[in-house]
Design a protein around this ligand. Structure first.
Ligand code: SF4
Length: 415
């Protein structure tokens, strides 16, 4: 997997925890400048925030509360609450084109299937979603005409969101779209060349996903890799997960509206605010891991009922980076680990080959993380599996792994 880090953004402090008050003041001034610039533009469509709130039965106070939650999710302090709210208001100036590729459309479904109106749904109403096959009324040639018109009208201004991988084998012939049979390859090239920025939504779009699993007959790949090969320099942000969290899509669009650029990214092109921590570090079962209390197998009903750690039944949370445990899915109702299945590492490049089989721990294999080679993907396993009855030993193992991770992280900071 050779996913390039294509765009780091100009924010010089990539370590969110190291940001100072002075840095936040600089960021706030950047946001104000960009929001003023956007506000001075004509809206792309005539929907207003007040219309949307009224239709959804929400008050301004509700809206401000939701904006404050989103500010915290983006890793920003409360001085940004009103700026995040303003970013939603000016989102009517942001044209978005959403193109399906080799995908199951699960990411679109995750975005639109919210039980209650939240920031996610509000933004869907506010941005100018010029083209999205799943959501729009026109089909066939009429839909193609809408797309061509949007690309021409908003040349260089729109955000392109891709869902699904790009199958490049056979001249792209494994994916044809629309009445003219245009290939996915050609669509991605054309839409990306004219976009201001690209969002790769979901793991297939970010890294190839399940379609890229060995032997990968269609030569499926992620959008950033594909654009890199074709020499197309439009900045790309990867938002992996299967499906991507709607919060991470909305947060990225809001950050773009606020700062006029994509967020700071990690080595795999993912926004740091969403992907800098391991699943394991924010997991509600972590206390059981540290205490050496594990679900011993799928027939261990008592362990499952007690919510013990899922490491021994294959949880890849120690090797996976995402904010799933914080933002969860379906309006924050649940997420896989809460529902009783270990993390499968679906936000990681190559997870379909490198983290399988899913329901057993990685045995004796070294796994690369954004912070270097995780020499101890299996130290955790060795300690945990060999010492089920010795919580102290497991705790020591976990501490050693934590120390190793911290020292890698320190080494990285010093580079
Ligand atoms: S191994 Fe999995 S279930 Fe256990 S604490 Fe880590 S992330 Fe949570």
């Amino acid at each position: 997997m050779t996913t390039a880090h294509r765009h780091a953004g100009p924010d010089p402090t990539h370590d969110l925890e190291a940001r100072t008050q002075e840095h936040y003041e600089w960021l706030a001034a950047e946001a104000d400048k960009n929001l003023d610039r956007l506000e001075a533009q004509d809206p792309v469509h005539d929907v207003t925030l007040d219309d949307v709130l009224k239709r959804r039965g929400l008050s301004r106070r509700d809206f401000l509360k939701m904006s404050a939650v989103m500010t915290a999710t983006l890793g920003l302090p409360p001085m940004f609450d009103l700026r995040v709210a303003r970013a939603q208001e000016v989102a009517t100036r942001l044209p978005v084109i959403w193109q399906e590729l080799q995908s199951c459309s699960g990411n679109s479904m995750a975005l639109i299937r919210n039980a209650n109106p939240g920031t996610d749904e509000l933004l869907l109403d506010l941005i100018s979603l010029e083209y999205a096959e799943i959501l729009m009324a026109p089909s066939g040639q009429a839909a193609e005409d809408v797309l061509a018109d949007a690309i021409e009208r908003y040349d260089g201004q729109y955000i392109a969101v891709f869902e699904g991988s790009v199958p490049v084998a056979e001249d792209g012939g494994y994916l044809t779209i629309g009445p003219t049979g245009e290939t996915g390859v050609h669509k991605v090239e054309h839409i990306s060349k004219h976009a201001a920025a690209v969002i790769a939504a979901g793991t297939c779009s970010a890294y190839g996903g399940i379609p890229a699993a060995r032997p990968n007959p269609t030569t499926a790949m992620g959008v950033a890799d594909f654009l890199g090969q074709r020499g197309i320099g439009t900045p790309v942000v990867n938002l992996p997960a299967c499906p991507v969290s709607s919060t991470n899509v909305v947060g990225t669009i809001l950050e773009y509206a606020m700062f006029g650029r994509l967020p700071s990214l990690d080595a795999y092109g993912r926004p740091l605010w969403a992907y800098q921590d391991r699943i394991h570090d924010k997991c509600e079962r972590r206390g059981h891991f540290d205490a050496g209390e594990f679900v011993e197998g799928w027939t261990d009903i008592e362990g499952l009922k007690a919510g013990l750690c899922l490491f021994k039944v294959g949880c890849k949370g120690p090797m996976a980076y995402n904010n799933c445990g914080v933002v969860r899915y379906n309006e924050g109702a649940s997420w896989p680990i809460m529902a009783g299945h270990g993390c499968i590492g679906c936000s990681e490049p190559g997870f379909w080959d490198t983290l399988t089989p899913f329901e057993v721990p990685l045995a004796g294999r070294v796994y690369a993380t954004p912070f270097g080679t995780d020499a101890d993907a299996d130290t955790i396993g060795t300690v945990a599996l060999g010492a089920a009855a010795a919580g102290v030993a497991i705790h020591a193992g976990a501490t050693a792994v934590k120390a190793a991770t911290e020292s890698r992280s320190d080494a990285k900071k010093e580079q």
